[in-house]
Design a protein. Structure first.
Length: 175
C-alpha cells in the first residue's frame, strides 16, 4: 500500500474510523511482522510485539503528523517495541517447538517456508534480512525500504543484491 493511502487511513483513524484501523492492520501486518522478527527471531514473541505495535499505533494516533511518512512512523514504533522487549527479556531463552507457525494472524507458513525464514535470519546480517523480508514478504519497493530503514537507496540496493547472492548459495546447500 502506498504512503498516501496509509496516510489517509491514519487520518481517518484520528477521526475515530474503526474500519480504517482494520484496513491499516490488514495492509501492514506482514511487513511489520517480518521487520519485528528480524529483531526477535521468535515467532510467538514477534506476534506479541506486532500486536503491541498496533496498540501503540492506535493509542498514539493523535501524535501522527499528517502528510509525513506513515510507513517510517509505524516501523519506528515497531522497532521501539521490539528493542524494549529485548531489553526487558535479555536473560530469557526460548525453544520453538511449533511445526506450523502463524505469521501475523491468518498468514500460515509451512515448514519449508519457516526453514527458509530461519536460514535468512541465520546467514544474513540484520539489515540484509530486514531488506529482503520487507521486499519479499510484504512487497515494499526498495525506495520505500530506504525510507523505512533510513538508509540511502544505493545502500539498500547493494545490500539486497548481496543478500540474494548469499541466500542463493545458502539455499543451494540446504537443498
Amino acid at each position: 500500500m502506498k504512503n498516501k493511502d496509509l496516510d489517509l487511513l491514519l487520518r481517518k483513524m484520528k477521526m475515530g474510523n474503526e474500519d480504517a484501523f482494520v484496513e491499516l492492520y490488514n495492509a501492514t501486518k506482514k511487513g511489520l511482522f517480518a521487520f519485528i522478527y528480524t529483531y526477535l527471531n521468535n515467532y510467538q514473541d514477534s506476534e506479541d510485539i506486532l500486536l503491541e505495535t498496533f496498540i501503540k499505533i492506535r493509542s498514539n494516533i493523535q501524535r501522527y503528523k499528517d502528510n509525513t511518512n506513515p510507513t517510517a512512523w509505524m516501523f519506528q514504533i515497531a522497532k521501539n517495541e521490539a528493542l524494549n522487549y529485548i531489553n526487558k527479556n535479555k536473560r530469557v531463552e526460548y525453544v520453538d517447538f511449533q511445526e506450523n507457525v502463524s505469521i501475523a494472524g491468518n498468514y500460515e507458513m509451512d515448514v519449508e517456508g519457516k526453514q527458509i525464514l530461519e536460514i535468512t535470519i541465520k546467514v544474513l546480517s540484520q539489515d540484509e534480512a530486514r531488506i529482503v523480508l520487507l521486499h519479499a514478504v510484504d512487497g515494499y519497493k526498495h525506495q520505500e525500504i530506504s525510507k523505512i530503514l533510513n538508509m540511502p537507496l544505493g545502500t539498500v540496493l547493494w545490500k539486497y543484491n548481496k543478500a540474494i547472492k548469499v541466500l542463493q548459495e545458502a539455499l543451494g546447500e540446504y537443498r
